[in-house]
Design a protein around this ligand. Structure first.
Ligand SMILES: Cc1cc2nc3c(=O)[nH]c(=O)nc-3n(C[C@H](O)[C@H](O)[C@H](O)COP(=O)(O)OP(=O)(O)OC[C@H]3O[C@@H](n4cnc5c(N)ncnc54)[C@H](O)[C@@H]3O)c2cc1C
Length: 393
């Protein structure tokens, strides 16, 4: 095979799929866009995760990124649909006094961004979620979050892209093995089936993005796998209706890690419960965090701790059989922010990776920002904090 493409996107997870969709929306339909995925579409992290669409208000910058993206999910649901979009809102649950103090902090963060969240007492909470334990003291309800089924979303975005642009080519089982360069420019992508001549490439390879950059002859990107154990119940009626998470999840998950991601033996892992009702009636339960390299063995002890927390909040979960457990690898970037934009040392080479535990939430804005940068138009939000150039030294 020897062919040419205007753009080659590498990686058929949620990020690569969104990049293809937004390129198809923004560029002229004559543009030939080829997606190379070495396995099946959504066969890696994006098929082994939860689908919480989460707005994070910690800083104005995080809020702009996640809020815009979650709104784009709602728009994509209108445009393409077919991925179990469910705008449930999110309930942040408290157990301890310390947890409850965080309600005020989170409430203020949303308010500072001009948004709204409501602090609920025990009675108000149980009106919304009658399946919760009677002694859960309260919750903070944020109406702007939602849930999707990510593996369906990848396929839906790619189908949507092909409707907009018949020159979109999706090539599963096509591993990229290297690149062709002329000096500081990329001029081709070498795949196991042949070379694709192109001057624009997007590396959307999640935890493998550093490997691809090395194959380009560049230094490894500072992205490390951070494992998460998940369990799902059978198609019994879920005891919950809303996306639920312990408020302590925010401390645990969204701060930059205090653990060195390269010293995999020292991380004993941690957990904070996150529960998602599924359209089919099941309940998806997560999630743990641990740096243990590319190891995808279930950590039974950590997972068990998550399940016990889930039962503590929603006792009905205990009656539903767990039908599947698995591990996914989050692409954690060393400063806990994704890399979205050109890799300056090589003309035409872009990176869209490193979204850790928010890649589903951030997929639409990531795809849009990459497409806008390639098209040379003004970006939806300020992309400066996410430019990969912060790691060019
Ligand atoms: C347990 C868990 C729970 C999570 N829950 C949530 C959540 O509720 N909400 C949220 O927003 N996010 C969540 N996330 C995070 C989210 O899943 C990830 O951030 C996101 O899936 C990353 O997508 P990606 O496209 O970058 O990576 P991937 O889905 O891994 O896609 C990268 C693709 O690149 C391909 N690839 C690699 N090398 C090559 C090559 N040489 N040639 C061709 N293709 C290649 C791989 O096969 C893979 O398919 C969770 C993650 C985990 C693990």
């Amino acid at each position: 095979m020897s062919e040419t493409a205007d753009i080659v996107v590498i990686g058929g997870g949620v990020i690569g799929s969104s990049v293809v969709y937004h390129l198809a929306k923004l560029l002229d339909p004559s543009a030939r866009i080829v997606l190379c995925e070495r396995g099946p579409v959504a066969g890696a992290t994006s098929g082994a995760c939860m689908g919480h669409l989460m707005v994070t208000p910690d800083t104005a910058q995080d809020y702009a990124l996640t809020k815009t993206s979650v709104e784009l999910w709602a728009r994509m649901n209108e445009e393409v649909g077919g991925f179990d979009y469910n705008p449930t809102g999110a309930l942040y649950l408290a157990e301890t006094d310390e947890d409850q103090e965080m309600f005020a902090v989170l409430h203020k963060q949303f308010a500072d961004n001009g948004d709204r969240a409501d602090v609920l007492d025990n009675k108000q909470l149980r009106e919304i979620e009658p399946g919760l334990a009677a002694d859960v003291p309260g919750a903070l309800y944020y109406p702007g979050d939602g849930v999707v089924l990510p593996m369906l979303a990848c396929g839906a975005m790619l189908r949507g892209a092909r409707k907009l642009n018949p020159n979109v080519v999706v090539r599963p089982h096509c591993a990229v093995t290297g690149f062709e360069r002329e000096g500081d420019r990329v001029v081709g992508v070498v795949t196991e089936h042949g070379v694709i001549a192109t001057d624009t490439v997007i590396n959307a390879c999640g935890v493998w993005a550093p490997d691809l950059s090395e194959r380009l002859g560049e230094k490894r990107l500072p992205i490390y796998p951070r494992a998460g154990n998940l369990a799902i119940t059978g198609h019994h009626v879920s005891p919950i209706r809303t996306q639920l998470l312990e408020i302590s999840y925010l401390r645990f998950a969204h701060a930059a890690s205090e653990i060195d991601p390269t010293s995999v033996d020292s991380d004993k892992g941690g957990h904070a419960v996150n529960m998602q009702p599924q359209r089919n009636g099941g309940c998806l339960i997560g999630s743990t965090r641990q740096f243990c390299g590319m190891d995808k063995e279930i950590n039974r002890e950590l997972l068990q701790r998550s399940l016990l927390r889930a039962e503590r909040y929603a006792p009905g979960v205990a009656a539903a059989p767990i039908v599947r457990t698995w591990v996914g690898l989050r692409p954690y970037s060393i400063d806990n922010h994704p890399l979205i934009g050109p890799w300056d040392p090589v003309d035409g080479f872009y990176i869209a990776a490193g979204h850790e535990g928010l890649g589903i939430s951030m997929a639409p804005i990531t795809g849009l920002l990459i497409a806008q940068q390639i098209a040379g138009v003004e970006t939806e939000i300020d992309v400066t904090p996410y430019l990969p150039s912060r790691f060019v030294a």
